[in-house]
Design a protein around this ligand. Sequence first.
Ligand code: NAP
Length: 518
Amino acid sequence: MPDLLASYVAGNWYTAPDEGAVVLDAATGDAVARVSTTDLDTRAMVDHARRVGGPALRRLTFQERAAALRELATALDANKAAYHELSLATGATRRDSTGDIDGGIGTTFVFSSRAKRELPDGYLLADGDVEPIGKGGAFVGQHVYTSLPGVALQVNAFNFPVWGMLEKLAPAVLAGVPTIVKPATQTAYLTAAVMRDIIASGALPEGAVQFVCGGAGDLLDHLGGEDVIAFTGSASTAAVLRGNAAVTTRAARFNAETDSLNCSILGPDAVAGTPEFDLYVKEIVREITTKAGQRCTCIRRALVPASVVDDVIAGVSARLDKVVVGNPRNDTVTMGALVSLHQRNEVRNAVAALQRAAKVVYGDPTSVELVDADAEHGAFMAPVLLLCADNERSEPNEVEAFGPVTTLIPYSAPDDVGVLAARGRGSLVGSIVSYDPDFVGAMVSSAAPHHGRLLILDRDCAAESTGHGTPMPQLVHGGPGRAGGGEELGGMRAVRHFLQRTALQGSPAVIARLVGGS
Ligand code: NAP
């Protein structure tokens, strides 16, 4: 029997008294860990965060918190080889894990250095200029941000067990707000390994971070108006949490990143033979094979001119033919497993729902050729390309197959594309692949209000492009509508999610003394 993972509660590691649930290796089906939060004292966690972690963090200035983050990222960076080994059990290839592990640690470094440059060496953050209010100049206003006195509860999805934690922890630490990390049970063993190193590093004061390894229990019952809930996962779980009295009655802040039917638009100018056509095909294949398509930002809807549909199918198919699916421990493998057999069933069901409106033009959702693995024990699936010839059908705009799956949707007139893109009802990211400035301009005007981020990909930026699916700490990660309506990343604005904005009013001298000393 594998070890039962511990939670970190009020300064101690807590192991539940029961056997817990066994979590399996995504590729082999072997038992990796056991997880349980039975009898976890969630009230003690929230109390400890409020009484110990928060005050300790808030004794540090913004600059001191930035230095603590750097120390933390440096400690994790030294141990990342171990995380990479463990990550193979999630089904991710070594390359996939880079985005999660190195991406998470890199994000922490970015937050630290941005804070060093942009935040004061104090406890108060001025927002904007002094507002003159009194006619004689003796009475002014000034907005300031201060640390919330509560706790940040982060509830994360299974697909980014490291990045998902660190991208939320870093801004909370900078804000001086203690965090309780609750990873998805399925990949909690990887988050647990990083968490043990975070605690051992001593980079953060005691109580600044605690860890729930398993179900969240009644944690939300202890949260209220001083607290922040930062959720990443499915829209249905977001709806449950958003309906909790912690949010509806006690007004805890709630930020959600949920599922998203992201689109990528091929411009009419980008016919076969152009650099943009090749970039488009490459990007589609990269998106659906990276992490076996289990990224919230993955391209789910590929909007292409009807006249080039066959060329796109041919180009994508030729590249997908080269994809090697199997056990990520084998170095020849280029696409690993889905996170669990349960998740594979979910994806197959979603593909079946899409097939009501679309036909499979590449791959077989029920069978796959494998290297060093078998499809009975490992959650493998072939990449699948669908074509929805009738672009009026709703299914591709409603059904999320959270796996190596995308649907081609043809358009006839450029004027229709904005409408098609908007049918995702709000997405994390969209991309426009075109070298025609008029088309790009029209697309940005119509698509931007429906997206948190838009990538405009062409021959000029391709060499340095970070790609459609990769969120950057400097830029917004989040999106309207179906994407949850939240905004996790986006430079130092992310820190403000954990701060309270207050309008100070008083004499210019008092305001200057307060803000100047910030
Ligand atoms: P999920 O089932 O919604 O679970 C997400 C998290 O919520 C997990 O930690 C889960 O814990 C927890 N949870 C579930 N029910 C809860 C409850 N009643 N109270 C408190 N916590 C609860 O999502 P998932 O299956 O892990 O992730 C896949 C989905 O997430 C996809 O739809 C994907 O699009 C979306 N996603 C979005 C983003 C983004 O940034 N927008 C990123 C990644 C994934 P347990 O695991 O312990 O049940």
